[in-house]
Design a protein around this ligand. Structure first.
Ligand code: 3H9
Length: 694
């Protein structure tokens, strides 16, 4: 049962009991209505308390029910709130820990609210691409004032209950025994004659409501570019201000129904669940014991090693940073300090915290300095021979049970593990650059990596605020293996008729943070060149346009050399289309005897994104990723894929795999078409009318 009903000293206590966060799914809603009706019918009850069991009052509507018949099955949340608000016996919401979304809306429907300090109060619906759809846009402005309410509704950000104590939301702040105090409060109001106050009857007081709403609209419009929800939130509040409660409620309903169907909302909900699902590994139960991580070692104080060390210092974990030469160590520490100083300048860190974090980092030139570390991550040169030296050394000095991690982005983790006598303790931890900023962490599971090592690293990832996704061992893991196919298409399209700026513009218009050519210039074109040289030997049948090699032969390695696919001016990162490069591209087509054609933006987007999708499907088939949402999380958090499209695999579902497969077959018939054999997973799902995420 999702709701418990008891009585206590003449008060009915309705306890929401739907773990993990008392989501207001169908059975919870039904339980509340039944509870209120039972209390109404019981002459010995004078008032009702609604309280949440476990770790929340309520996290809101059950998001898993959205777009299913259950979401609209009566009693809907509207009905529940109507029943609560219409109760002749006063209803008191007793709030602890979390009152969010529909949970807060339910509380706003009660006649009184008692809260513990430290509870997170929010209407976070906008973060899921919707708006508060059960009266939140109407009641919150009446409870806390227009300005506070609009800020909360448009940002979705939580506010601590104590901060709202004076704002008219809570009738009493409880200390300690929430239920006991709420029951006492209920006895007091239960003894008073009704009618009891309703938030809906309050006035929205503001000296210039219209002006403030317009100001908010102006602020939000540029930020909300690809997201329809924030402006709809303002529309709904506006309707309530201008037309009164009931018409405002109707406007809110209309906006909610429209938003919940949008691809943007679907994408945001997918990302919400995808993030949580990523930490669950099918054969590693949540009860798997974890190892204690109290001290971390990082080998290599370059950009990567330094960034990795910062993550742990930020989380309060001491780090020992190892380098082979004093100058390199000094340089690494100076860069870390500079990064922190820049955060201080921006007001994101205090000078005191800077010193605290620096003090957590201990430099060393000796491997012995790592002997107490519970986790050691190497971030040294990407060469198997170098890794061998590091890992055999680690095998000698690391204490028993220490986790030995490699930050490799390309090398075989199983081979690295074999350099030790404890391959079960070895795992890949692939951070993305800059490691102190990027959210993504690919956790590479070797054939022998033990389950408790995986469980420990996944838990630690949360502590350092990363989105960790598990990848099996393969060249490039999930992210880079897919991006290689995307880049191959980008190069083929240059050869066939496009220019770098056109390709970048098309995919940036689709929503990518950066197109493939600007990205390559930033990363360094020599990196891709080195990978291709390896490919030419390892996979001589794999076709590649050689246009990028031509570029590299002229020394145009990107921003770091002041020239790449684009021209750069000193001290400026802006990419300027390059006449030299454009001529080089056209000359290359001629040399290859290719008649250049106009390539549409749609084709550019399809070829780039579906190349990711096809490789993603192979990655699923091979079990390198355990679910499609993991791939999406890699692309959303590590590769600048537009959040409002939900990642490549969800985007393919949105387009429909039937259509995706048809496009692949079309491209297969073009020159350079041998890259386009649809993966079996695509064909099977398309034939079954299913998607990667259905
Ligand atoms: C809404 O209310 C619409 C209404 O306005 C109108 C309706 C008509 N539903 O984050 P955690 C699960 S929209 C279903 O790791 P934490 C979550 O998936 C809703 N499930 O814990 C996870 O499951 P699992 C507006 C939910 O302690 C588990 O709970 N509300 C919901 O770090 C633990 O989650 C929101 O947008 C839900 N509503 O943080 C609130 N919420 O264990 C979204 C959570 O199987 N939720 N789950 O992986 C949050 O912000 C956080 O989850 C919360 C707890 C702060 C509540």
């Amino acid at each position: 049962m999702a709701v418990d009903y008891t009585t206590r000293n003449g008060i009915a206590v309705i306890t929401l009991n739907n773990p993990p966060v008392n989501g207001l799914g169908f059975s919870t809603r039904l339980g509340i209505v039944e509870g209120v009706e039972r209390a109404q019918a019981d002459a010995s009850v004078s008032a009702i308390v609604i309280v949440g069991a476990g770790k929340a009052f309520s996290g809101g509507a059950d998001i898993t029910e959205f777009n299913t018949p259950k979401a609209t099955q009566e009693p809907t949340l509207h009905t529940v709130i109507k029943v609560v608000e219409g109760s002749t016996k006063p209803v008191v919401a007793a709030i602890h820990s979390v009152a969010m979304g529909g949970g807060l809306e339910l509380a706003l429907g009660a006649h009184y609210r008692v809260a513990l300090a430290g509870a997170q109060i929010a209407l976070p619906e906008v973060k899921l691409g919707i708006l508060p759809g059960a009266g939140g846009t109407q009641r919150l402005p009446r409870a806390v004032g227009l300005e506070t309410a609009l800020n909360m509704i448009v940002s979705g950000a939580p506010v601590m209950s104590e901060k709202l104590a004076g704002a008219g939301l809570f009738d009493q702040m409880a200390e300690g025994d929430l239920l006991g105090e709420a029951v006492k409060f209920a006895q007091k109001v239960g003894a008073q004659s009704g009618p009891h106050p309703k938030v809906r009857d309050r006035k929205i007081e503001h000296p210039n409501a219209e002006g403030f709403i317009q100001f908010t609209r102006n602020m939000v419009t540029p930020m909300a570019k690809n997201f329809p929800a924030p402006l709809k939130c303002i529309d709904a509040v506006d309707a309530g201000v201008k037309l009164g409660f009931d018409k405002g409620l109707a406007a809110e309903r209309e906006c909610f129904v429209a938003l919940v169907q949008t691809p943007e909302s679907r994408a945001l909900r997918h990302a919400f669940f995808g993030e949580r699902a990523a930490s669950k590994i099918p054969d590693v139960p949540s009860t798997t014991p974890v190892r204690k991580i109290e001290r971390v070692g990082v080998i290599g104080a370059g950009t990567m090693g330094g960034g990795i060390a910062m993550n742990f210092a930020n989380a309060g974990l001491p780090v020992t940073l190892l380098e082979t030469k004093q100058e390199a160590l000094d340089r690494g520490l100076a860069t870390i300090r500079k990064n922190y100083e820049s955060a201080v300048k921006k007001g994101r860190l205090t000078a005191e915290k800077l010193e605290e974090r620096m003090a957590l980092i201990t430099p060393t030139l000796a491997y012995e300095g790592l002997k107490d570390a519970d986790l050691i991550i190497e971030a040294v040169f990407e060469e198997l021979g170098v890794k061998e030296q590091v890992f055999s050394k680690l095998d000698q000095v690391a204490k028993r049970g220490a986790i030995l991690a490699s930050n490799t982005s390309t090398l075989d983790v199983d081979k690295i593990a074999a350099f030790t006598k404890r391959p079960e303790d070895v795992v890949g931890m692939h951070f993305f650059s800059p490691a102190n900023v990027m959210k993504l962490l690919e956790v590479v599971r070797g054939a022998k990596t033990s389950k408790d090592v995986l469980a420990t690293v996944m838990q630690l990832a949360k502590k350092i605020k990363k989105t960790a996704v598990v990848s099996g061992v393969c060249d490039g893991f999930i992210g880079n293996r897919m991006i290689e196919q995307y880049l191959r298409q980008a190069l083929f399209m240059l050869e066939e008729g496009a220019l770098p700026a056109q390709v970048d513009r098309a995919i940036e218009k689709f929503g990518f943070a950066m197109g493939p050519f600007r990205m390559s210039d930033l990363a360094g074109n020599d990196i891709g060149w080195a990978i291709r040289k390896r490919r030419y030997l390892e996979k001589p049948d794999l076709k590649y346009s050689k246009i990028a090699d031509r570029l590299c032969e002229t020394g145009r390695f990107g921003q770091k050399t002041g020239a790449g696919w684009y021209d750069y001016k000193a001290g400026d990162r802006a990419a300027h289309p390059s006449k030299i490069v454009d001529e080089m591209v056209v000359a290359y087509s001629k040399e290859r005897d290719v008649t250049r054609r106009k390539i549409s933006d749609d084709e550019i987007v399809e070829r780039l994104v579906f190349a990711l999708v096809n490789e993603g499907a192979l990655i699923l088939e091979e079990g390198i990723a355990s679910k499609a949402s993991d791939i999406d999380m890699v692309y959303l958090t590590g590769y600048g894929f537009p959040l409002y499209r939900g990642g490549p695999m969800l985007y393919a579902d949105t387009v429909g795999l039937y259509n995706v497969e048809r496009a692949m077959r079309k491209y297969a018939a073009q020159p350079n078409g041998d890259a386009w054999k649809p993966a079996a997973r695509v064909t099977e799902l398309a034939a079954a009318g299913r998607g990667f995420n259905s």
